[in-house]
Structure formats: C-alpha cells, structure tokens
Write a protein that binds this ligand. Sequence first.
Ligand code: FMN
Length: 213
Amino acid sequence: MKVLGIAGSPRLGETTEKLVSAVLSGCECETELISLCGDDIRPCKACLACVKTNVCIIKDDMAKLRDKIVEADAYVVGAANYYSVLNGLAHCFLERFYQFRHRDCKAVAGKLGVAVGVGGGTFEPVIENIRTFFQYNQIECIGSVGAQGAASCFTCGYGETCTVGAIHKFFGPGTKITEDMIPCLDKQQDTIDDARALGKALSDRLKRFAESA
Ligand SMILES: Cc1cc2nc3c(=O)[nH]c(=O)nc-3n(C[C@H](O)[C@H](O)[C@H](O)COP(=O)(O)O)c2cc1C
C-alpha cells in the first residue's frame, strides 16, 4: 500500500508542501512526497495520442512521474490558490491525467484521494477544483484539508507601500509587517491535527480495501 503526495505549488517547502506532508505523516503505510517545484510540466495539448496507449507523448517531467502515479494506491494532491483557481503548475499536472482516462484504463480509476488547498485568503476554490478533478478521474475523494499560506506580499519588500497587494487589502494602508502577522502552518495546530487524522483515515481505508480483496 502506497500513498503518493503531490505538492503542486511552485514554492519548495512552503505551506502546500508542509500540509501535504502533514497528511502523509498520519498515514500508517508507505508514503512518498513529490514537489512539482522546478518541474517542467506542460499543459495537455489535446493531441489524443494517448487514446490508444494511455501514455502521454509530451516529453517533459510528467514522464518521470507516470510510473509513480500508476503504482500508487492513493493520492494526496495539494495546490495553492492563484486567482481563485488552483495554481497553473498543479493544473498542468492534473490535466495530464487525461492519458489515464481512455478505453477503460484502470491506472487511477477506483483509487482514493485527499484534496489539500492553500490560499493567502481562501483555500476553498482549490479544494473544489481538486475534488472535481478526482471525480472526472473516478478517484474517490475521502476528505480535504485547507490552510492559510503566506501571500508573497509579506516578503516581497514592497508589501507595506504597495496599494494593490495583500497587506493593504487585509490590514489597510500604513500597516507595518511584523513576524507574528505572517501566516504559517506551524501556527495552525488544529489544521495540522486534521491533516494527520485524514492521513490515518486514508491508510485505514486502504487497509480495509486490501483485506477485502
Ligand atoms: C500569482 C498568485 C496569485 C494568487 N492569488 C490568490 C488568490 O486569488 N486568493 C488567495 O487567497 N491567495 C492568492 N495567492 C496567495 C497564495 O495562495 C499563497 O501565497 C499561498 O501561500 C501559496 O502557497 P505556497 O505557500 O504553498 O506556495 C496568490 C499568489 C500568487 C503567487
């Protein structure tokens, strides 16, 4: 039994990756965490070359992830909120699951999933996006968890003066950025606990699957 965690944010080691990792830490089975940070994963080009083979022909980093996806029994997919949808890199990654959707392919259908969302303001749209993606691919979503991440405006250097960024929007003009106001997963203990419990529930379901097979 193996659970594959995918952190779809382009930022290495940030909130999305930490929250996916927290779900995996609750799993009582083998797990692997992959960050898509730095990966070249292009969008599906709808060439339909995968229809006959269930293998995508685009030569990029998705190819190296294909075996891991096929071999895993469950997925913990995490992404960040960019403009009220999941971030583009995560979207490209999920689009490329199109290769698994043809001719009764069972590579991902029937497996289990957990949706993980992160947002500077809200994470709900991302969770909804991932849930919908699971549904299209016949992956059963057993639950979701979301956290508040830090908007780049806290650390970009212009946050206090920029009139269109998150600091003015959430705290108002004239706000001084202090360490304690920067959102961070370590400050969201209930969320970490929820994530671990979800991981445990996921591996429990996998165990029951295995026992009844
Ligand atoms: C291009 C871009 C667009 C964003 N749009 C939103 C948004 O619409 N709503 C929101 O809540 N946060 C938004 N954010 C903030 C991110 O969701 C936040 O920084 C989050 O922590 C990113 O996840 P990470 O820390 O795992 O990289 C945006 C960030 C970027 C870079």
